[in-house]
Design a protein around this ligand. Sequence first.
Ligand code: ADP
Ligand code: MG
Length: 250
Amino acid sequence: MAVSAEKPTNAVFEFRNVSKSYKMGEATVYALDGVDVRVETGEFLAILGPSGSGKSTLMHIMGCMDQPTEGEVVLDGTMVSTIPKRKLAGIRRSKIGFVFQSFNLLPKLSVLENVMLPLIYGYTSRTEARRRASEVLDTVGLADRVRHMPSQLSGGQRQRVAIARALVNDPRVILADEPTGNLDTESARRVLQLFEDLHQRGRTIVLVTHDPRVADVAKRTIVVEDGKISESGELSRFVEPVKSGEGGAS
Ligand SMILES: Nc1ncnc2c1ncn2[C@@H]1O[C@H](COP(=O)(O)OP(=O)(O)O)[C@@H](O)[C@H]1O
Ligand SMILES: [Mg+2]
């Protein structure tokens, strides 16, 4: 089994029978339960599911912020499910760009400094970091806001700064966990358009959401329910109750 991980592959991620469980007293809670998923280079994939279905757990394992209790995870040819925890952070920094629902910008740093940060943690000179940060801020349409502080920006602009920060390392993949969850409709539309543009330019993007309309921008959607994945064939089963106003996924 482990040998196949050494094969050259074009997949960014390969999850094989991945589970994540927590012992809660006598009971065992499965946040993920036997997940198989493959993400190809250049894909724009949405992971859709109701609250509590295991989306963030899946995202944290993809982002090398967590490891599974069972199964194998291969990121860009490296088996990350079993490597020592101390090595995970380095892999995360070099391969993953993460975008959070709550932006997670540092309030005391300017827009430019926030975006420079991942490079400063590496071994890039300040001059080079400044140049690259300016470049990605231009990409996200914020060239005229580099000296602003995060508090001086709208939610949509803050999220675009966060996307610039995720891009600055030129990561293998951008992971976004409910990136439009705190945004008004128009800002959400712009942020999704930006992901769409990045995808057109060849970026690999995995976006997690509980909202089928957000998942719609992706080229492929997989549904997660109770820690299990069902391919898009079962998508309608999830979408229907939302449309009929039953809600559930808030
Ligand atoms: N640290 C933890 N300990 C116990 N249960 C957890 C933990 N993290 C997540 N879970 C459980 O796993 C399930 C999936 O959680 P999560 O991945 O956050 O779902 P989602 O992001 O889809 O809302 C939930 O039922 C949650 O309660
Ligand atoms: Mg979540």
